[in-house]
Design a protein around this ligand. Structure first.
Ligand SMILES: NC(=O)c1ccc[n+]([C@@H]2O[C@H](COP(=O)([O-])OP(=O)(O)OC[C@H]3O[C@@H](n4cnc5c(N)ncnc54)[C@H](OP(=O)(O)O)[C@@H]3O)[C@@H](O)[C@H]2O)c1
Length: 287
């Protein structure tokens, strides 16, 4: 299969590129807004260019991992958030409709308000709390309005070797500080981009359509995640649980936005490793 990835130099896109390249049966077309040669630059907000690029490259599948993912930044840069996370998806969906290309798109738990009190299923009602969540939800709406067939994957708390992630933030802070304060009232599933990339490849190969929640097995609070990182990696630091209200970040976060993976298991037979096992593996490799 010829697979075109947008945002291919990002945290998820870079691991997905490695997984696709590793499979002899697939051909990879990597695109991003920077880092790649000029001929591979594709800004998804440029409607005409998106159209021309897809028409020229003729992929069978486009995977959109591109996004404006700075959740707090979105609160200030509202126009940019909607331009990339909503209009960008619309441009891709229209281009894919025109060229009969299958579109796989990545979305987030932040489309939910986190007040359900139990894991969210694919058909639960969205109610985003932040600009990031609203812009990602509008992207989902465009996808569903424009295309009859698509694959929409919602995920959360991504950890990968490229890009800023919580594990590296904690490890960096341990080096400089004696005390660490981490929120204990937001819950989710740490999800490793290597595991997620493998699942995306499997879902594409199995011809999955519709919405799927894809996260590592199990869930925790950010505080518990930090505890596990320190337990596995060592480090002399006092870890204190705090409430989200104490850190006053620009974008509100959903308190309990754990995503149910029952549908993924039942329909596709896919279960990702427990987050603790993937964390162990992540920490065992040189960074
Ligand atoms: N990170 C998470 O915890 C998380 C959780 C749930 C869902 N997701 C979703 O998963 C997907 C991948 O996330 P990620 O963490 O891998 O994101 P990321 O590391 O920020 O990567 C996104 C990539 O897209 C590029 N990009 C930005 N604007 C673009 C544009 N207009 N056209 C083309 N490319 C553009 C970025 O380039 P620059 O770096 O140069 O801006 C970057 O290379 C996103 O859809 C995100 O919303 C992420």
């Amino acid at each position: 299969m010829r697979v075109l990835i947008t945002g291919a130099r990002g945290m998820l896109g870079s691991d997905l590129s490695l997984i696709i390249v590793g499979e002899k049966k697939h051909q990879l077309v990597e695109t991003d807004i920077a880092e790649l040669p000029e001929s591979s630059r594709l800004d998804i907000t440029w409607k005409e260019k998106v159209n021309d690029f897809i028409a020229r490259e003729k992929p069978e599948v486009v995977v959109n991992t591109a996004g404006y993912t700075d959740v707090d930044g979105c609160e200030k840069n509202v126009e940019l958030a909607f331009s990339v996370n909503s209009e960008g998806v619309k441009n891709l969906a229209l281009a894919c409709l025109k060229s009969q290309t299958f579109l796989v798109h990545l979305s987030t738990d932040y489309i939910f308000d986190g007040r359900k009190g139990m894991p969210y299923c694919e058909d639960d009602l969205p109610n985003p709390l932040s600009i990031y969540g609203r812009s990602k939800l509008q992207g989902e709406v465009y996808l569903e309005q424009i295309l009859d067939h698509y694959l929409l994957i919602r995920t959360q708390w991504l950890c990968g070797r490229r890009g800023k992630n919580f594990i590296e933030t904690i490890l960096n802070q341990v080096r400089d500080k004696k005390e660490l304060r981490v929120v204990d009232d937001q819950w989710g599933s740490p999800t490793f981009t290597r595991d997620l990339s493998w699942a995306i490849k499997e879902l594409i190969e199995k011809g999955a359509k519709g919405i799927y929640h894809v996260v590592n097995y199990g869930y925790c609070s950010w505080f518990q995640f930090a505890q596990k990182i320190l337990e596995l990696n060592g480090g002399q630091v006092d870890l204190t649980p705090i409430r989200s209200a104490e850190i006053n970040r620009p974008a509100p976060r959903p308190p309990f936005s754990v995503l149910s993976t029952e549908k993924l298991k039942k329909n596709m037979g896919i279960v990702l490793p427990a987050w603790q096992d993937s964390l162990k593996e992540y920490l065992s490799k040189e960074r």
